[in-house]
Design a binder for this molecule. Structure first.
Ligand SMILES: C[S@@+](CC[C@H](N)C(=O)[O-])C[C@H]1O[C@@H](n2cnc3c(N)ncnc32)[C@H](O)[C@@H]1O
Length: 339
């Protein structure tokens, strides 16, 4: 089994190793007998000493029984797989090495990992400001409503996938206290960097991982959440199955996502705002990525909402699924429990 270990010195230069077995030492458990070179050992020791090691499986051959590396780390760094994590979905033919110009040229609904990651990389510095502006701060209320509905019992960890700049993960940590371990994962390093900056006390653990192949064992988290992220995941069902897999039996999986309002007048005015006003403000604000805010209404329009999403959650192995509309159905909270 191959996996990558990236050693980071703060946010500076990275050193990457590709190991064929788990390394010894406190950074990760050592299930193997493989002898690793003294240079690799030295790098690992150095990284552990600096509390800046990132060690997660790199490719598709993640052993399911692989224990959770983060719990062996002495502090809470951003765990990182590798900057060149391969996309799971087939990339857009022209998007293997995207540039800003490239991103602007490709279709707004290309959801390949490369494309989506690049889009969020570009808007990361302005993401929070844009979010609050375009939603007139209502996004904060929606996340708060989601946090309130979480059924946190005891101290098993909670995972927020597609955590982006970490707002939901931080809100969960804030509400349920420091004794609860909260992990935020996302595949866009630049979004996570901002999350980390906002979390000066390192209360939440941020980790770079694709929601379609989470580097966690089965049945590990008591709650798994995603806010405005599932819509961007190339394979929705695979994302839901992964969230369910890492959730404990009886645990809760929650999706907070835009939906389509049902009241006729609101539906029309919201549709107009979403299709015509929001992309223009977004483009003006985001400057270097024209397609990011065209992508938003398109992706919302094509994403299943209401019963359609609940059906997908059931197909992923969730029971007692239900949806709660927020702000007349502009957004919804979907939840279900693992059998
Ligand atoms: C609209 S942002 C939402 C961020 C945050 N959850 C929030 O509430 O503001 C969507 C996030 O999903 C992440 N994302 C999209 N596809 C992903 C995938 N397959 N794996 C991990 N993260 C993904 C993007 O990098 C981005 O940070």
């Amino acid at each position: 089994m191959g996996f990558a270990v990236t050693i980071r010195s703060g946010l500076g230069r990275d050193k990457s190793l590709l190991l064929s077995e788990s390394p010894a030492g406190p950074a990760m458990p050592n299930p193997g007998r493989q002898v690793i070179s003294s240079e690799k050992k030295r790098l690992l020791r150095e990284a552990v000493a600096r509390c800046a090691t990132i060690a997660v499986p790199a490719r598709h051959d993640v052993p399911r029984a692989w224990p959770v590396g983060y719990s062996f780390l002495p502090s809470k760094p951003i765990h990182q797989t590798t900057r060149s994590m391969p996309p799971l979905a087939e990339p857009h033919p022209s998007a293997t090495e995207p540039t800003s110009q490239h991103a602007a040229e490709i279709s707004p609904l290309d959801k390949s990992g490369v494309r989506v990651r690049e889009m969020f990389r570009q808007i990361a510095p302005r993401y929070d400001a844009m979010n609050h502006l375009l939603s007139m701060n209502v996004d904060r209320l929606w996340r708060r409503a989601a946090v309130k509905r979480l059924q946190v019992v005891g101290q098993s960890p909670v995972l927020d996938v597609c955590t982006g700049t970490g707002d939901l993960a931080l809100a969960i940590e804030q509400r349920y206290g420091s004794s609860l371990s909260v992990i935020g994962s996302d595949f866009c390093y630049d979004m996570l960097k901002i999350a980390r900056e906002k979390d000066a006390q390192h209360r939440v653990e941020f980790l770079e991982a694709d929601a379609q192949q989470l580097p966690f064992p089965d049945n590990h988290f008591q709650c798994v959440t995603v806010a405005f992220g599932l819509r961007n995941v190339a394979d929705t069902d695979r994302g839901l199955r992964e969230m369910t897999r890492v959730c404990k039996p009886g645990g809760q999986v929650m999706v907070l996502e835009f939906s389509t309002p049902t009241l006729p007048v609101l539906k029309q005015s919201y549709g107009f705002y979403f299709r015509n006003v929001l992309p223009r403000i977004g483009q003006w604000f985001a400057r270097n990525d024209k397609s990011a805010y065209q992508y938003l209404p398109e992706s919302v329009g094509q994403f299943p909402s209401g019963q359609a999403l609940l059906d997908r959650m059931q197909a992923a192995g969730l029971q007692r699924t239900k949806a709660k509309q927020l702000t007349f159905g502009v957004a919804s909270i979907y939840e279900g429990f693992k059998a």
